[in-house]
Design a protein around this ligand. Sequence first.
Ligand code: ATP
Ligand code: MG
Length: 420
Amino acid sequence: MSNTVFNKGDRPAAGPPQGGTAPSGGSEPREAGSVGAPILPGATLGVMGGGQLGRMFVHAAQQMGYSTAVLDADATSPAGLVSHHHIRTGYLDAEGLAALRDASAAITTEFENVPAAALATLAIDRPVSPAADAVAIAQDRALEKQHFQRCGVPCAPFAEIADEAALAAVPDDLLPGILKTACLGYDGKGQVRVATRAELQTAWATELKGARCVLEKMLPLAAECSVIVARGRDGAMVNFPLQRNLHRGGILAVTEVFEANLPPVLADAAVAAAKSVAEGLRYVGVLCVEFFVVQDAGGVASLVVNEIAPRPHNSGHYTLDACDQSQFDLQVRTMTGLPLVQPRQHSPSLMLNLLGDIWAAGTPKWAEVLALPGTHLHLYGKTDARPGRKMGHLTVTGPTPDAVRAVALQCAALLGIAPF
Ligand code: ATP
Ligand code: MG
């Protein structure tokens, strides 16, 4: 597709939004949660960030007949490459934000570290979802945990460390623990595991450079899981089923979704907790809530919330192939005010993340993988296959969980991914 490109210094060329709300011109932020007429296909939808999540959002929006505008400085960003409009500026660039606003009837984000201030600026004239204040909470581990406490959802014991005094006051029972920067961490980056006070001191002062952090007690994890919910402007909420996740080296490796992948009582509790976290934020959009499953001495499993992502999530990519609506479809529906209908998973599924590592020995064996039943390959259009970089994912669907797992293990062997 040839798209229009806006570089810094260009005059904004995109026309007025179609089918959307006219700019207010006022200075009051628009209430993203207000219920008005839906923004219908034909309009242009904007997204802050051009990564793979933005690309899959663009695909979903275009499939429904919307045009798209992506703001991302990278000329080769996965979403920019497939969008009708690509605004190539930084997230806080006033001209870029004005161009996105002028092009779009509604705006969302695909990247949780988009400055909340940029979303607040856009919200003066356009519906923005999720709202800047919800994103600001998700961007800060300390604020996030305070929100969980307000919602009555348990999280790992933790202490906030903003200075030497707070470091010295850390209770002994948080060790061994994981020291995490309060802001800007992802895929396990900005985290150090510490066993002793001396290690804690060194990690905070040197590796994390005295940044504001939280120290979390290291929990014995029996499993990890996540739930994705979507909440509309009118407060209606729907959810995807409980996703069971395996992380390797702090990066999601495998997501398995089928009924009873974890005890149903945990699934019900996770969905209820995710909904209360979304409700507490008066959230509009797609929200992922990640949980740890921990077992007490008597072997009883319970849930501890880890963190939230104010956007579609890697653990929800299977929804593209295994559900009657994907998490990206629901992102389109929430931002436009279209009705939300409870999604239905029609096949058991397993997703494998495809990291740059699997290109080490040349092009992966795509033809062999695609010869297996129920394989769905998604590549994000990235050319530089660095180790640990998310290049794509592979979803396997099939008639039964066992059949899916068997094919997925064959795929993993063909691709050089360790068995799970
Ligand atoms: P992402 O944004 O990619 O989900 P992240 O960088 O925000 O990752 P976390 O989700 O905080 O990182 O942690 C990454 C992984 O590290 C978790 O999925 C889990 O496997 C492990 N981990 C994190 N915190 C704890 C803890 N308190 N106890 C035990 N394991 C933990
Ligand atoms: Mg995480």
